[in-house]
Design a protein around this ligand. Structure first.
Ligand code: NAD
Ligand code: TDX
Length: 334
């Protein structure tokens, strides 16, 4: 099977490439990636002789068209993915998440190629802390940020191309991923690398926002389950029952690294900050038989902390720049 992995040099896409090489010897992988600030070329370096890597933009039809034409499957991970960046400047989010997805859709339509589109639970907006419900495939879209609204728009484009043009596509909406190779702008790796460099972790607002954590390998196994067994035109929610509030995550990181659990700072809250995400992945489990392997967040987090401790070369050159950018927008609260 010839698979085009767009965004395959980023966090989830690169983990997808590594896991697919390890588990699916039949797959021939081509990565199409723009290598924005979010891509780390060293992630795929060890497997460079086993894949093809093309540097290019999913919004560039001339690049996309021949690559799609020669593929059996496109898995679209490419996106601008960080909420904080989307608040500072939404333009790249509109361009990549909307125009890029549109460009891929036109190519798969032209060449009749199967597409799986990777999306997020953030398209559903947020839940109150005491809301007994969780997101399902039937929940109405209600995105909050420039990031999540462009992801919501990209999902809508996919659905419309299925209905109007009969393309063979599926969508999955996953909750917050953690694991190796995640950019250190994101919450968990930011706080791990803060502690490892002697900087106090930074919690937005009151630190009680809840995220539904899933290990990146569980996400990618679910993606393959949808590709292998999912119904064309359907959406599948991916989640591993991993709800934890941010303060609890930071306290666990501090404790694991031998620091007092209260050695963190509260900083200015994110504008429009979603309170809570929670996924009901019933459809994925019952229809497709998927189960997460990482059911204990504490041990998955411990393995992730160990990875960042052992792979300093991967992130250390970027640490100062990431923190300098945050320092320009965030104030420590008394
Ligand atoms: P990431 O930012 O780590 O990686 C994105 C990759 O896409 C990078 O390699 C980047 O260079 C590439 N890219 C950006 N613009 C591009 C363009 N125009 N053309 C080609 N490549 C481009 O993101 P991630 O966390 O790996 O997320 C991957 C996908 O999963 C995204 O679609 C995101 O919305 C979705 N998602 C992420 C999470 C999460 O917790 N990280 C959860 C659910 C869904
Ligand atoms: O320094 C921080 N302090 C903090 O308290 C950072 C970076 C974040 N936070 C909070 C904000 C969120 O409540 O931690 C939580 C997680 O933040 P992010 O890592 O920025 O993730 P989130 O905004 O929840 O979005 C993530 O999950 C869904 C991914 O970045 C998206 O790509 C995905 O769609």
């Amino acid at each position: 099977m010839r698979v085009l992995v767009t965004g395959g040099a980023g966090f989830i896409g690169a983990n997808f490439v590594l896991r697919t090489l390890a588990t699916r010897p039949d797959a021939q992988l081509t990565v199409l990636d723009k290598f924005t600030y979010a891509a780390n070329p060293s992630t795929l370096q060890p497997v460079a002789d086993r894949i093809r890597v093309v540097r290019g933009d999913i919004a560039d039809a001339a690049t996309v068209d021949p690559l799609v034409a020669e593929s059996d499957l496109v898995v679209n991970f490419a996106a601008e993915s960080h909420n904080d960046n989307s608040l500072a400047d939404p333009s790249a989010f509109v361009q990549t998440n909307l125009v890029g997805t549109y460009t891929l859709l036109e190519a798969v339509r032209r060449h009749d190629v199967r597409l799986h589109h990777i999306s997020t639970d953030e398209v559903y907006g947020d839940l109150d802390l005491d809301d007994p419900t969780r997101f399902t495939e039937e929940t109405a879209y209600n995105p909050s940020s420039p990031y999540s609204s462009t992801k919501a728009g990209s999902d809508m484009l996919v659905r419309a191309w299925v209905r109007s043009f009969g393309i063979a596509a599926t969508i999955s909406n996953c909750s917050n991923n953690y694991g190796p190779y995640q950019h250190i702008e994101k919450f968990i790796p930011r706080q791990i690398t803060n502690v490892l460099t002697g900087v106090r972790p930074k919690l937005y607002g009151d630190g009680r926002n809840v995220r539904d954590w899933i290990h990146v390998d569980d996400h990618n196994d679910a993606v393959w389950a949808v590709v292998d067994r999912g119904r064309i035109g359907e959406t599948y929610l991916i989640g591993a029952d991993g709800e934890v509030d941010n303060r609890t995550v930071v306290e666990a990181i501090l404790t694991a690294l031998g620091q007092p659990a209260d050695a963190f700072d509260f900083v200015t809250d994110r504008a429009g900050h979603d309170r809570r995400y929670a996924i009901d992945s019933h459809r994925l489990r019952t229809e497709l038989g998927w189960r997460p392997a990482y059911t204990d967040f504490a041990s998955g987090l411990a393995a992730t902390i160990a990875w960042y401790r052992e792979n300093r070369d991967w992130w250390a050159p970027h640490k100062e720049g990431v923190e300098a950018a945050y320092a320009r927008t965030q104030q420590i609260l008394d």
